[in-house]
Design a binder for this molecule. Structure first.
Ligand code: FBP
Length: 324
C-alpha cells in the first residue's frame, strides 16, 4: 500500500482551500477576494457544463456573459464590470457594491466552438483606487495594477489558471467532485521555447520586425533548429500551451488592424500578468504590455508574450527598427 500516494490523493487542495491559505498570509484581509473568486469559479463551472452540453454558439456567448455578470454582482464585492460582450461598463448599484473591478471576456475564441476546439474565459481584477465613487478611471489603469488575473480553459479538461501576484497555479475541474483541484502548482514557463504561435494568414500585412522574427523562427541563422508552428486560434488555448511548453504567442499589428486584434483590458493584460508571474515576458512592440494605460475599455493592442528569451529577440528587432 503506497501510503504517501494515498495521503497525497486524499489531501485535496481545492481552489477555495488554496485561496483561503493565501488569504491567511494577509491578516488584514476580510475575505472579500475569496468570496469574489468563488463567484468567478461558479461562472466557470456553469460555462464548462454548458460547453460540454454543446449549447448553440450564439446563445453560449450571451449565456456566459449573463451568468458572470449576475454572479459578480451577487458576490457583493464588485463595483465596475467590463465585459467583451457589453459595449458599456456596468456600474453596480451602491447597495450591492464592493471594492473590486472585474474585466473579463466570458467566452474567448468563440469562433472555434462549433468544431469543439478549446475556448475559454479570461478575467482580470483591480481594486478601486480610493474609497470614493467608482469611475472608469478605476479600470483604465495599467495592467501592472491588477491584483489578480486568470483564465479558465474549456477543452479536453476544464483548467483554471490564476495568479494573485505571487506565482501562477493551475487547477483542473474534477467533474465527479465538482471541485477545481490543484494540478499545476507554481507554473514556470521555460526560459526559451521551440514553438511560435501566430496567424500566418496575416503575414503579407506585417511590419518589418514581425516578418523578420517569424522568418528567424522558420529559418534560424544561428544553427539552432527551426521552431514549430502551433496556432489554435483561441487565445486561452494558445497561451495555455505557451505557458506550459514555452515559446511565444503573438498577435501583431498589421496594415489591416494597426492596433492588432486583441483587447487590452480583458485579453492582453490578464495574459501578460500571468506570463510575467510565470517568469515570461509580454511586449506590445513598443513597451512592456503591463505598463500600458488604456484610454477606452475595448481598446486593442498588438501583443508578443511568452518565454523570456523569445520575447527578448522580438524586442531587439523592434529596437533595431527604431534606431534605424
Ligand atoms: P473573440 O473574442 O471574438 O473570440 O476573438 C478573440 C480571438 O478568438 C482570440 O481568442 C484568438 O487568439 C484570436 O481572436 C484569433 O484571431 P484570428 O482568427 O484573426 O487569428
Amino acid at each position: 500500500m503506497d501510503y504517501a500516494a494515498d495521503a497525497q490523493r486524499t489531501d485535496l487542495m481545492t481552489i477555495t482551500r488554496f485561496v483561503l491559505n493565501e488569504q491567511s498570509k494577509h491578516p488584514e484581509s476580510r475575505g472579500d477576494f475569496t468570496i469574489l473568486l468563488s463567484h468567478i469559479v461558479l461562472g466557470c463551472k456553469f460555462v464548462c457544463s454548458a460547453v460540454n452540453k454543446g449549447e448553440e454558439q450564439k446563445k453560449l456567448d450571451v449565456l456566459s456573459n449573463e451568468v458572470f455578470v449576475k454572479a459578480l454582482v451577487s458576490s457583493g464585492r464588485t463595483c465596475i464590470l467590463v465585459s467583451e460582450e457589453d459595449e458599456e461598463a456596468t456600474f453596480v448599484e451602491p447597495s450591492k457594491r464592493g471594492r473590486y473591478c472585474v474585466v473579463f471576456d466570458p467566452l474567448d475564441g468563440s469562433s472555434n466552438i462549433d468544431c469543439g476546439v478549446s475556448i475559454g474565459t479570461i478575467f482580470g481584477i483591480y481594486s478601486v483606487k480610493d474609497g470614493g465613487e467608482p469611475t472608469l478611471d478605476d479600470v483604465l489603469q495599467p495592467g501592472k495594477n491588477m491584483v489578480a488575473a486568470g483564465y479558465c480553459m474549456y477543452g479536453s479538461s476544464c483548467t483554471l489558471v490564476i495568479s494573485t501576484g505571487s506565482g501562477v497555479n493551475g487547477f483542473t475541474l474534477d467533474p465527479s467532485l465538482g471541485e477545481f483541484i490543484l494540478t499545476h502548482p507554481d507554473i514556470e514557463i521555460p526560459k526559451k521555447g521551440k514553438i511560435y504561435s501566430v496567424n500566418e494568414g496575416n503575414a503579407k500585412n506585417w511590419d518589418g520586425p514581425t516578418a523578420k522574427y517569424v522568418e528567424k523562427c522558420k529559418f534560424p541563422i544561428d544553427g539552432s533548429s527551426s521552431k514549430s508552428l502551433r496556432y489554435i486560434g483561441s487565445m486561452v488555448a494558445d497561451v495555455h500551451r505557451t505557458l506550459l511548453y514555452g515559446g511565444i504567442f503573438l498577435y501583431p499589428a498589421d496594415k489591416k488592424s494597426p492596433n492588432g486584434k486583441l483587447r487590452v483590458l480583458y485579453e492582453v493584460f490578464p495574459m501578460s500578468f500571468l506570463m510575467e508571474q510565470a517568469g515570461g515576458q509580454a511586449f506590445t512592440g513598443k513597451q512592456r504590455a503591463l505598463d500600458m494605460v488604456p484610454k477606452k475599455i475595448h481598446e486593442r493592442s498588438p501583443i508578443f508574450l511568452g518565454s523570456y528569451d523569445d520575447v527578448e529577440e522580438i524586442k531587439a528587432l523592434y529596437a533595431a527598427e527604431e534606431n534605424k
